[in-house]
Write a protein that binds this ligand. Structure first.
Ligand code: SF4
Ligand code: SF4
Length: 367
C-alpha cells in the first residue's frame, strides 16, 4: 500500500500534468432518458458524426501532439461508435468512457468505464425507456474498468440501499451522480414547452429535480451506505457533504442562464470539448445545456472541488485533504491499478508544499 508521499510521487511521474479534453463520440443513443443532458437542448444539432477512420486517426494524433493525456469520452452513447474509442486509446493513454452499459465495450479499450444507472428496473423503464440493469450487470460484472454511476433524482432516492446492495452482490464499484436540469428541462416543467421523447413524464409538481429535503435525504442515505462493509462505494464524506449542500456548489451563478466563474471544467484554450463532427465546441463547458445554478454532475463537481482544494491547500489539513481527493479521483477515473488503493490508507504525511502547489496541473484547472 502506497503512503501519501509514494502516491504523490507516482501520480506526478505517471499522470500529471493531466492535460485533459472532452470528446462527444456520437449523437446516437439506444435510450431516451428523461431530461438527458445531451439531447435536452440544441447544442448537439448541426453536427454530423465523423465516421472516416483516417480523419479520426489524424484528429487524435493531433490531440496527442497537443499534449492531451486524458480523455473524457461521452456522447450520446459512445459504445455505439466503438472504433473511434479504439483509435483514441492509441493516442491518449488515460480516460473515462461514459456509457449506458447496454453494449459492452471491447477489452481493447483500456479506459475507466462509467456505467449509468437511473434506479431500480421499474425506474429505469419509466425514466430511460427500458430496464437495462440485468444487461449492464451481465456486461460488466468482474470488469475491473467498470464503475457504476447511480444518477439520483427526486424519484429514486429510496433505491440507494437497493442499488448499493446489488452492486456489492455483483462485485461492482459504485458512485453517485445527481440529476442536473437543463434549460430546456426547466422550460418543459414550467410550461410543457418542448415535449419530445426526452421530455415526457415530468411536470411542475413531479419532476427529477432534487429539493433541499431530497439533497439531505440523499446525503444521509449515502453516509449510511459508506459505513457498511462489503461495499465498493467510491465516495467520501467530505464530498458527500459538499455536493449535497442545498446552497449548491456555485453560489456565484444564481438564476437561469447565469454562468459560474468557479467551475473546474470551464473550457479554456487547453481544456477543449469536441463535438461529434470533431469541431471544437464554443460552449461554456462540455455540458452547455445544464444550468450552472443547479449543476451537481459528478465528474464536473469533483473537478470543482479538487480545484478548490488545491487553492485551499495551505489551510490547516489542506495537503492531506488534497491528497485524499486525488486518491478518490484515481479510484474513480483512472484505469491504473498502481494508483488504486484503499482510501483509508491516506496517512497524513506532510509533503513539502512546493511539491504540490507548483505543479502545473494542480495549480490550474485540472480537468
Ligand atoms: S443513455 Fe445517456 S445519452 Fe442516451 S438518452 Fe440516456 S442520458 Fe442521454
Ligand atoms: S459543468 Fe460547470 S460550467 Fe458546466 S453547467 Fe456545470 S457548473 Fe456550469
Amino acid at each position: 500500500m502506497l503512503n501519501d508521499i509514494e502516491f504523490w510521487k507516482l501520480l506526478r511521474k505517471e499522470l500529471l500534468p493531466l492535460r485533459p479534453s472532452q470528446y462527444d463520440i456520437t449523437s446516437i443513443c439506444n435510450l431516451t432518458c428523461e431530461g438527458c443532458l445531451f439531447f435536452s437542448g440544441d447544442d448537439y444539432l448541426g453536427h454530423k458524426d465523423a465516421k472516416d477512420l483516417k480523419v479520426i486517426e489524424a484528429f487524435f494524433t493531433g490531440e496527442s501532439a497537443r499534449g492531451v493525456r486524458y480523455g473524457y469520452f461521452g456522447g450520446a452513447e459512445p459504445s455505439l461508435a466503438e472504433k473511434k474509442l479504439v483509435i483514441a486509446n492509441k493516442h491518449i493513454p488515460y480516460g473515462v468512457v461514459f456509457t449506458n452499459g447496454i453494449k459492452r465495450l471491447s477489452a481493447e479499450i483500456d479506459y475507466r468505464v462509467h456505467v449509468s444507472l437511473w434506479g431500480n428496473p421499474e425506474r429505469s423503464r419509466e425514466l430511460r425507456g427500458a430496464d437495462i440493469m440485468t444487461k449492464q450487470i451481465k456486461n460488466y460484472r468482474g470488469d475491473h474498468r467498470a464503475v457504476f454511476v447511480f444518477t439520483l433524482t427526486a424519484r429514486n432516492l429510496d433505491d440507494i440501499p437497493y442499488i448499493a446492495q446489488t452492486c456489492a452482490d455483483n462485485d461492482l464499484a459504485l458512485t453517485f451522480n445527481h440529476y442536473s436540469p437543463t434549460t430546456k428541462y426547466m422550460d418543459f416543467i414550467g410550461s410543457g414547452a418542448g415535449a419530445d421523447q426526452y421530455h415526457i413524464t415530468s411536470t411542475a409538481t413531479d419532476n427529477l429535480i432534487l429539493s433541499d429535503d431530497d439533497l439531505r435525504l440523499a446525503r444521509d442515505s449515502i453516509a449510511l451506505v459508506l459505513q457498511q462493509s462489503g461495499q465498493r462505494v467510491l465516495y467520501d464524506n467530505d464530498f458527500n457533504n459538499l455536493v449535497h449542500d442545498p446552497a449548491g456548489l456555485y453560489p456565484d451563478a444564481q438564476g437561469a442562464g447565469a454562468i459560474t466563474r468557479d467551475c473546474g471544467v470551464l473550457l479554456t484554450s487547453s481544456l477543449r470539448h469536441y463535438n461529434t463532427d470533431l469541431s471544437q465546441s464554443t460552449g461554456k463547458c462540455c455540458t452547455p445545456n445544464i444550468e450552472c445554478s443547479g449543476c451537481r454532475l459528478y465528474a464536473q463537481s469533483f473537478a470543482s472541488v479538487l480545484a478548490r482544494a488545491t487553492r485551499d491547500m495551505r489551510h490547516p489539513g489542506g495537503q492531506q485533504r488534497l491528497i485524499r481527493l486525488w486518491r478518490l479521483w484515481c479510484e474513480l477515473f483512472l484505469n491504473d491499478d498502481r494508483l488504486r488503493m484503499d482510501l483509508s490508507s491516506s496517512d497524513g504525511v506532510n509533503l513539502p508544499l512546493t511539491s504540490i502547489a507548483e505543479h502545473p496541473c494542480v495549480s490550474h484547472q485540472f480537468v
